[in-house]
Design a protein around this ligand. Structure first.
Ligand code: SF4
Length: 313
């Protein structure tokens, strides 16, 4: 009987991946059971870098579509599969090539695109960035005016940190629904309930929430923060999937989630469809070759900037 007809256990997926020669790569926002069986777990920058270094020919990616496409762009010779075709990111989809052309014509400024974007939009960018390196990437560009999209909140954070004239594109409609709608009262309520807790917030949250935080950073930066802090409790203002990873890294500390911070697109992957994906070796991720070539240039510029920055540190 196929596993699809009975319940699938994480160890069944692990065994099948090993038998078929797949490396499992998962984003921090995946459900805990999938995080457990991943060979590599991280944020988009960590994963993009890691995949260029492994020699596996087949990858099962657990995340959303634009991330899977970044893997494919950087590794065109590898077979990359995902459990569901339409695990997408509404924020990535909010910025189109037509928008980019229009803003470039108007401002004639370099365009930095957040990795949470469509691959064809990356092909029109000067350089890609992630939430972990957006500030460094923008500082490295020799221009005081920069087009930045699609996340307006990350754009405002970068403007604050660099002092540059950051023009968010497409503008008001570019945001992550998981991070944008956090209520200040909700965070203030948690502060009253846990007065000894420190607040860690993702830069995709709006400024009024960032201003309440002790630490603002990407998920990979949040992973390191508790090690530097004396606090034993943390209010974690990002997608709920991150709580499982933090608890595993720091079992003696307490991590408090914010109600409702769930990315339903990330949660489309589950044990059953992940198992079936390996069984059928589908859905394969494919990217148009010309678009991939151009997007790759912008992604590699980001990696160059980040790596030279690390050497200097
Ligand atoms: S958490 Fe937000 S930015 Fe990340 S994939 Fe989900 S909708 Fe997109």
């Amino acid at each position: 009987m196929l596993k699809s007809a009975v319940s699938v256990r994480p160890e069944d997926i692990r065994k099948l991946a090993d038998e078929k020669g797949y490396v499992i790569v998962a984003h921090n926002y995946q459900i805990p059971e999938l995080q457990e069986i991943a060979d590599y777990l991280g944020d988009s920058l960590q994963l993009a870098r890691m995949v260029t270094k492994i020699d596996a020919k087949k990858i099962l990616f657990l995340g959303v579509d634009f991330m899977a496409e970044v893997m494919k762009v950087l590794n065109p010779e590898k077979k990359i599969i995902v459990p569901v075709r339409h695990s997408t990111c509404p924020m990535a989809n909010s910025l189109t090539v037509e928008d980019v052309i229009k803003f470039k014509e108007k401002y004639n400024a370099p365009f930095v695109v957040y990795v949470n974007s469509r691959t064809e939009v990356k092909a029109y960018a000067d350089v890609v960035c992630t939430s972990a390196n957006a500030v460094d990437v923008v500082k490295a560009i020799d221009s005081d005016t920069i087009l930045f999209g699609p996340d307006k909140n990350l754009a405002s954070y970068v403007a604050e940190k660099t002092g540059k004239n950051i023009i968010p594109i497409p503008g008001e409609t570019g945001y992550c629904y998981v991070h944008n709608y956090i209520k200040e009262e909700e965070i203030k309520k948690l502060i009253v309930q846990h007065p000894d807790a420190e607040i860690m917030a993702h830069p995709e949250v709006p400024k009024n929430i960032r201003d309440l935080a002790h630490f603002v950073g990407s998920t990979s930066q949040m992973e390191k923060y508790p090690a530097k802090s004396q606090a034993t409790k943390f209010i974690v203002v990002t997608e709920i999937g991150m709580i499982a990873k933090l608890k595993k890294l720091y079992p003696e500390r307490e991590f408090i989630p914010v109600t409702g911070m769930v990315c339903y697109n990330m949660k489309k992957n589950n044990l059953k469809n992940t198992y079936l994906s390996l069984l059928e070796e589908s859905v394969e991720v494919l990217v148009d070759e010309e678009i991939a070539k151009k997007a790759k240039i912008a992604i590699e510029r980001m990696l160059e900037i980040t790596e030279s920055k690390e050497v200097k540190r």
